[in-house]
Write a protein that binds this ligand. Structure first.
Ligand code: NDP
Length: 287
C-alpha cells in the first residue's frame, strides 16, 4: 500500500501556479480572488482562512468580504454584481453553505462565469460536460491531478464514485469519463453498493459519512480516494473510508487529512491564475 500525499502533490501544483503569478506580476498584473463568507459557521471560517493563506503563499491577492448571517439575498447579490464589474477582481468565491434564507443557486448563477473559479455555475458545468471547460471543478480536478502525479492510469479503468453531488461526484464523473474510464456513480438509492464498490479499480468516496467505506467494499489492490471530511466519535478529523482497515488492501490510498483537502485549494489557485490570464490577454499580448 502506498499513501498518496496530497500535501506534496498540492505543493507541486502550487509551485507551478506561483511561476505563472510571478510572470503576471512582472507584466504589472496582480491576480486577485474575492472570497465572500456569510455568517459564522466555524468550518467555513477554517476553509476561508486556508484559501486566503494559500493565496498569500502563491502571490495571489485575496479580498475577504465577511458578511453577517442576517445579510439579505439582495445585499449579497449586489456585492457580487460589484465584484463582477471590478476588473481588478479575477475570481469570485462564495463559501457554501449559505444561511437558509439565501438561495444558493441564485448566488452561484449571479457570479460572472468568467470569474466562477469554483466552476459551479451552469455555464461552466455545461462546458465541463462537453469537454470545453475553462475552469475545472476544484475537488474533482484535485483528485485527477493526484492520480496523474502518481502515474495512476485512469483510461480503461472501472471507476466507482460513491456520491453524486454537484460539487464532487457528478463533475468527477465528467473528468474521469474524459480520461476514458468506465464510470459508475453511486448514491443513496444504489442497490448492492458493496458489490458495486468491489468492482472498482479506482474507488472514490464522497459521501460525508465517517468510515462509511469498509474493507469488505474494497477490491484487493484498488486505488482508494477519500474525499470525505468528517469527525469520528472522538471528534477527530476523518474521511469516508475506514482507513486503518482498508489501507492494507488498497494499492494506493489518500489519507484524511492530507489527501484531497490540500489539492482542492491548489486547484482553486490554478483556476484563479487562469482567470487572471484570460481576463488580461489583451494587456499581456501588447507587452
Ligand atoms: P453531499 O451531502 O452533497 O452528497 C453526498 C452524496 O452521498 C449524495 O449523493 C448521497 O446520495 C450519497 N450518499 C449518502 N448516503 C449514502 C449511502 N448510504 N449510500 C450511498 N450513497 C450515499 O456531499 P458532498 O459531495 O458535498 O461532500 C461529500 C463529502 O466530501 C463530505 O464529507 C464533504 O465534507 C467532503 N468534501 C470535501 C472536500 C475537500 O476539499 N476534500 C470538498 C467538498 C466536499 P443521494 O444523492 O441519493 O442523497
Amino acid at each position: 500500500m502506498k499513501i498518496i500525499d496530497g500535501k506534496s502533490t498540492a505543493f507541486e501544483t502550487c509551485e507551478k501556479v506561483r511561476l505563472r503569478v510571478d510572470s503576471l506580476l512582472k507584466s504589472g498584473v496582480e491576480p486577485c480572488l474575492a472570497v465572500i463568507i456569510v455568517g459564522d459557521d466555524p468550518a467555513s471560517r477554517v476553509y476561508v482562512n486556508n484559501k486566503k493563506k494559500k493565496c498569500a503563499a502563491v502571490g495571489i491577492k485575496s479580498l475577504e468580504f465577511a458578511l453577517p448571517a442576517k445579510t439579505t439575498q439582495g445585499e449579497l447579490l449586489e456585492l457580487i454584481e460589484q465584484l463582477n464589474k471590478n476588473s481588478l477582481v479575477n475570481g469570485i468565491l462564495c463559501q457554501l453553505p449559505l444561511p437558509e434564507h439565501i438561495d444558493e443557486k441564485a448566488v452561484i448563477e449571479a457570479i460572472d462565469p468568467q470569474k466562477d473559479v469554483d466552476c459551479f455555475c451552469d455555464v461552466n458545468v455545461g462546458k465541463l460536460w462537453t469537454g470545453n471547460a475553462v475552469f475545472l471543478p476544484c475537488t474533482p480536478a484535485g483528485v485527477m491531478e493526484m492520480l496523474r502525479q502518481y502515474n495512476i492510469e485512469v483510461s480503461g479503468k472501472n471507476c466507482v464514485i460513491v456520491g453524486r453531488s454537484n460539487i464532487v461526484g457528478k463533475p468527477l464523473a465528467a473528468l474521469m469519463l474524459q480520461k476514458n474510464a468506465t464510470v459508475t456513480v453511486c448514491h443513496s438509492k444504489t442497490r448492492e453498493l458493496a458489490s458495486v464498490c468491489r468492482s472498482a479499480d479506482i474507488l472514490v468516496a464522497a459521501v460525508g459519512r465517517a468510515k462509511f467505506i469498509t474493507a469488505d467494499m474494497v477490491r484487493e489492490n484498488a486505488v482508494v480516494i477519500d474525499v470525505g471530511i468528517n469527525r469520528d466519535e472522538n471528534g477527530k478529523l476523518c474521511g469516508d473510508v475506514d482507513f486503518d482497515a482498508v489501507k492494507d488492501k488498497a494499492s494506493f490510498i489518500t489519507p484524511v487529512p492530507g489527501g484531497c483537502g490540500p489539492m482542492t485549494i491548489a486547484m482553486l489557485m490554478q483556476n484563479t491564475v487562469k482567470a487572471c490570464e484570460i481576463q488580461n490577454k489583451g494587456v499581456l499580448k501588447n507587452e
